[in-house]
Design a binder for this molecule. Structure first.
Ligand code: SF4
Length: 706
């Protein structure tokens, strides 16, 4: 079936059946879409990552294709406070182009900003970055991937010289004798991944989970460490302290393949397990058992995810776990290593091709003169015309509409009204703009604030590529054309570029055929750290994906990195000495509890899509606040009572879910819902100084019955 579907895929003649991948998370499970009349079925498809499995979100993904909420005509708002009304494409695009021109004429080129998304295909992410730099000539572009894993990206770059979520195929998890998951809950976020954990278990492997909640994943673990939120870094340093004390450090590996260990050794010497127990609540015996389980086997893997990363010290926290992995000699050995579980569908590819404020395609730095020359040549513009680096997502959003910030914003594939930290403030910034344009296929909460809404195609209506959590480039295939009235994001960018350039380079520089965009992306990324020059759509289809870097169409791709050396100037991985520091906001008499956020199985990200799917809405109809029975008793709260969670920035209201799975000093809420249950009304907007990633995972709150 898979081969047949591939055989019928030709540009311009969408098949009745398409072998593709799920639109949601970074596991990018393989599936087949089959059209029966108007009905589109989702069928399982074998692939090395999901092995035929899908979660409920994947099974129901096609429901949105013909959803009654689907946007099929542009919408315009004639005046502030007025209603959105239907408009023609010409009227809408003319309004956007005129608005951009007016803002830039008055306030300069940087007064227009672009905000992208980690769900956009590689082709769209690339075109969006080029559109910002070439058509708008603004330095202001960033994307919601900043929320997702930018701290792991920064820590990986510093240590290994490259940022690829998993530097090995996912199937390696099944070969690890010990697997340490830090702040990851794949049983709810990407359930098919558990097939690899089952392999690991079947081979006698051990699973250790670090999480402040006894999650569905932690329940399956041999050992669960339940630290206070914000103390993971200290836990990692204590594990390395124990490994050093016990003589478990791989001294030959450290000497031959790394640099900077001495300072780390001196730093972790102060992380006595008993003191870390007092700080984190993790018993010394569990710390020792974890260190032993990692250090005394041949193959061990350390994986971090949002729980470790979404902190104002997220980069340092990830660095602490990388230090541990390096000291034990894990990276570069088969079945061993360090990796990060990417969250969003194209979180990996989306940050490689120019959506990030400081990057050009191929994971090049925008402040590198040689990189600017190379990309400018591909784009046919003078290098000096390319703008410099912008600012990370939160700083960008927080500056909108202010005296020094952008006055116009174009949003593609993102819903910051729900997903940004301190969301009420960001909502008010969006309201202060002279022009807000949102390209989406549904009226998201952000689209509701827009001056212009542009209806764009969905995943099953476009060809393209995605890069999954392993750095494997995958083919997304169109099943059908977009409905009448809907355009692709690429067509929107081309039409806007043509209007802004008055028909000259604009239209030509922005092809609407995704394959043509990918061919240009290959040239632009050639020679960069994320080199796609050797990746072709044919090869992706033939080989079940291609792992970057792949510089040569006739040469090998790179499923495993770091076997012989690291892509650093001296070929060595770099240790970074890091120390624990408190969260940006500590508990107090007025706000005595820790608040943390996360996801549930049946919803995805801001929920704009999954909240509209019947089966998912039934499974997870609304937000909730999880609290421990002891805390509930103290507050006089019982299961289902409406509670208020109040921070210095705002409050959320939702029913209480009383559960011993959480620490008594911590409350949890999922972040998928808008309105009163919006978790990000409460979260802190402190960010990591290196990555710009916000501290979603901890702030101080009080909880009361509503
Ligand atoms: S695990 Fe992720 S990619 Fe797989 S079906 Fe679920 S949401 Fe889709």
């Amino acid at each position: 079936m898979t081969q047949g579907a591939r055989a019928t895929t030709r540009p311009g003649t969408p098949p009745r059946e398409a072998a593709t991948h799920c639109p949601y998370c970074a596991l990018q499970c393989a599936m087949v879409l089959r059209e029966n009349g108007r009905r589109v079925e989702v069928l399982p498809r074998q692939f090395p990552t999901n092995r035929g499995g899908l979660c409920q979100k994947g099974w129901t993904a096609a429901e949105l294709l013909d959803h009654p909420d689907r946007l099929t005509t542009p919408l315009l708002r004639d005046r502030r406070g007025g209603e959105l009304r239907p408009a023609s494409w010409d009227e809408a695009l003319d309004r956007v182009a005129a608005g951009i021109r007016a803002v830039q004429d008055r306030h300069g080129r940087d007064a227009v900003a672009v905000f992208g998304g980690g769900g956009l295909t590689n082709e769209k992410a690339y075109a969006l970055g080029k559109f910002a730099r070439v058509a708008l000539r603004t330095r202001h572009i960033d994307y919601n991937g900043r929320w997702c894993m930018s701290s792991a990206a920064a820590a990986g770059l510093r240590a290994f010289g490259v940022d690829r979520g998993l530097p090995f195929p996912l199937a390696d998890l099944g070969r690890a004798e010990t697997l340490l998951l830090v702040g990851a809950n794949p049983a709810e976020t990407m359930p098919p991944l558990l097939r690899h954990l089952a392999d690991q278990r079947a081979r006698g492997g051990r699973l250790i989970v670090v999480d402040p909640r006894l999650t569905a994943t932690a329940r399956q673990a041999d050992l669960h460490l339940q630290p206070l939120p914000g103390t993971d870094l200290a836990v990692a340093n204590a594990l390395l302290h124990i490994a050093l004390s016990e003589g478990w450090v791989d001294r030959a590996y450290v000497a031959e393949r790394t640099s900077g260990f001495d300072e780390v050794r001196r730093t972790v010497a102060g992380y006595w397990p008993a003191e870390v127990e007092r700080l984190s609540g993790v018993p010394v015996a569990d710390l020792e058992a974890t260190a032993r389980a990692l250090a005394t086997v041949d193959r061990a893997i350390v994986l971090t995810a949002r729980g470790a990363e979404q902190h104002a010290k997220g980069v340092d926290t990830v660095a602490a776990f990388i230090n541990l992995a390096l000291a034990l000699g894990l990276p570069g050995r088969p079945g061993s290593g360090y990796g990060c579980l990417t969250g969003q569908g194209n979180g990996q590819g989306g940050r490689e091709h120019g959506q990030k404020a400081d990057q050009l395609p191929g994971y090049r730095r925008i402040d590198d003169p040689a990189a600017r020359e190379h990309v400018a040549r591909v784009w046919g513009v003078p290098a000096e015309d390319l703008p410099g680096p912008g600012v990370p997502a939160y700083a960008l959003l927080d500056s909108l509409g202010t005296a020094t910030g952008p006055r116009a914003l174009l949003v593609f594939g993102s819903n910051p009204v729900v997903s940004a930290p301190r969301a009420a403030r960001i909502e008010s910034r969006l309201r202060d703009l002279d022009l807000l344009v949102v390209a989406d296929f549904l009226r998201s909460e952000t689209a509701e604030l827009a001056d212009v809404v542009l209806p764009v195609a969905q995943w099953a209506e476009e060809d393209g590529t995605m890069t999954n959590l392993e750095g494997r480039v995958l083919r997304r295939r169109a099943l059908r054309e977009p409905p009448a009235g809907v355009r692709t994001d690429l067509a929107v960018l081309a039409a806007l570029a043509a209007r802004l350039e008055e028909g000259a380079a604009g239209g030509e520089g922005f092809p609407t055929d995704p394959h043509a965009v990918f061919e240009e992306l290959r040239r632009a990324s050639a020679g960069g750290p994320a080199d796609y020059a050797g990746v072709t759509w044919d090869r992706v289809e033939r080989d079940d994906g291609v792992f970057w870097p792949c510089p040569d169409p006739d040469g090998p791709d790179t499923p495993r990195l770091f076997a012989g050396s690291f892509p650093t100037p001296d070929g060595r991985a770099r240790f970074h000495a890091v120390t624990h520091r408190p969260a940006a906001e500590e508990v107090s008499a007025e706000y005595p509890l820790h608040f943390t956020t996360g996801r549930v199985l049946a919803q995805y990200q801001s929920g704009a899509q999954t909240r509209r799917v019947d089966a998912l809405r039934r499974a997870a109809p609304n937000g909730f606040v999880e609290l421990h029975p002891d805390l509930a008793d103290r507050l006089g709260v019982t299961e289902g009572d409406e509670v208020r969670v109040v921070s210095r920035r705002g409050e959320l209201r939702a029913p209480a879910r009383v559960s011993p799975a959480i620490r008594p000093d911590t409350v949890f809420a999922p972040f998928h819902w808008p309105g009163a249950a919006r978790a990000n009304s409460v979260t802190n907007d402190a960010v990591d100084p290196i990555s710009g990633m916000p501290e979603f995972k901890i702030c101080a709150v009080r909880v009361e019955r509503a």
